[in-house]
Design a protein around this ligand. Structure first.
Ligand code: MLT
Length: 404
């Protein structure tokens, strides 16, 4: 490379290895190359497998026809997303929860991963960040890239990050940080542990944020999987959250949009300059989600769409129950899978999660995700997803019972 190395963003040099799911894909490709005829069962990355709901497909057909006519064609859309979608989101996601929200507080995007990674751009590199261990790697990596983390230490933690332990010992509900932080990433239902934070715990975080002038970045991409109202599906169900929290929600895991790309971020007006600056950022750096996909997302919010989608969610949760039953029957300990499409499998003592990844791949031809890929406290755990095909999930549990 001719470009001078010391002019590169130093943050990237502090990253730890490859992005987790890229690393899994690399190992998988190499296994496939040497075993071309073998059928692998993929319970690794949380990617959906059910086809889109009929009302979503019908809405897309209609929208495509509109794009074919000179008078109904759509070019660039509004910066925050079309009003028809933002209004549909308010009705489906917030009115149903008794939460008041204005369509102007919603910013439609092409994915929560991008939004959650990009949001930190609004803040100075001196901000102190708190996030889980284990954690969805995007929260951490995006802050490392932004030079906010400091160096990686021998214990696998970055020197300037405050870690919230999501462990079995605290029932995966750590208290707010004991020190003062500025930004707090929370994910509920949680990826990777598959557990959810209850109202009381979230209220403690909201109170902490008020006391410390902190901002909560609440990733709620899996809220559609919650089965018990004691776990809020939106941070705004907690009084006082509008002044201290941004919320990320997605159609990916809710309506099977991982290949379609549509999500939204909620930035309440009470957040003042943060709201205005996010709008400014979106205007400069983003040209919106396609009209066809926004019409599809609108259909997913309709009453018919929501009923159809509930069937797919029930299907995935049926898979979660099959995995839970299989693990229990084989005498394994695990968490999650009740209000989330992930199960957090506690490996027998002393088993390293990347070694176990290789063992599960070679013995059972099943792909999962090693817990340590989510942080040092994920060591000794292994994540399985319920997003697979039903027959594959059943076959996976048979293989685990017979071959492991
Ligand atoms: C996961 O497997 O953790 C998710 O699929 C990642 C994502 O949603 O980006």
């Amino acid at each position: 490379m001719n470009f001078s190395k010391n002019k590169l963003n130093r943050g990237f040099a502090n990253l730890q290895g490859n992005y987790l799911f890229a690393e899994i894909a690399r190992r998988l490709d190499s296994y496939r190359e040497s075993h071309p005829d073998h059928k692998l069962i993929r319970l690794g990355i949380g990617d959906v497998t059910r086809p889109l709901a009929p009302s979503v497909i019908a809405a897309m057909h209609r929208a495509v026809d509109e794009m074919a006519g000179a008078r109904t064609f759509h070019g660039y859309g509004p910066e925050r997303g079309y009003e028809f979608l933002r209004e549909a989101i308010v009705r489906a996601e917030y009115e149903t929860r008794g939460v008041s929200m204005s369509p102007d507080e919603i910013f439609v995007s092409d994915g929560s991963k991008c939004d959650v990674a990009n949001f930190q751009e609004l803040f100075s590199s001196s901000c102190r960040v708190a996030l889980g261990d284990p954690v969805y790697p995007v929260y951490l990596d995006s802050n490392v890239m932004a030079n906010r983390s400091g160096k990686l230490q021998n214990n696998g933690h970055y020197e300037r990050v405050a870690y919230l332990p999501f462990t079995a010992e605290n029932s995966f509900a750590p208290p707010p940080p004991s020190e003062k932080v500025d930004l707090i990433y929370l994910c509920s239902p949680n990826n990777p542990t598959g557990t959810a934070l209850d109202r009381e715990t979230l209220s403690e975080y909201v109170a902490y944020a008020h006391r410390n002038h902190a901002l909560i970045l609440f990733d709620s991409a899996y809220s559609a999987y919650i089965r018990d109202p004691k776990y809020p599906g939106s941070i705004y169900e907690i009084p006082g959250a509008r002044e201290v929290a941004v919320e990320f929600k997605s159609f990916s895991k809710t309506a099977g949009f991982t290949g379609m790309r549509c999500a939204f971020t909620v930035v309440p007006r009470e957040l003042g300059e943060i709201h205005d600056r996010w709008f400014r950022r979106c205007c400069t750096k983003f040209n919106g989600v396609s009209y066809v996909v926004q019409r599809a997302a609108e259909a997913a919010c309709s009453e018919t769409g929501r009923t159809e989608i509930q069937r797919d969610i029930a299907y995935y949760m049926g898979n979660a129950a099959i995995i839970a039953f299989g693990l229990r029957k084989s005498g394994y300990e695990f968490y999650g899978g009740e209000h989330a499409p992930y199960l957090w499998w506690r490996l027998p003592d002393g088993v390293n999660s990347f070694d176990f990844f290789d063992r599960l791949l070679t013995c059972c031809e099943i792909v999962g995700t090693p817990g340590s890929g989510f942080g040092p406290r994920g060591e000794g755990y292994f994540r399985l997803t319920a997003f697979g095909d039903r027959a594959d999930t059943e076959e996976a549990m048979r293989r685990i019972a017979e071959r492991l």
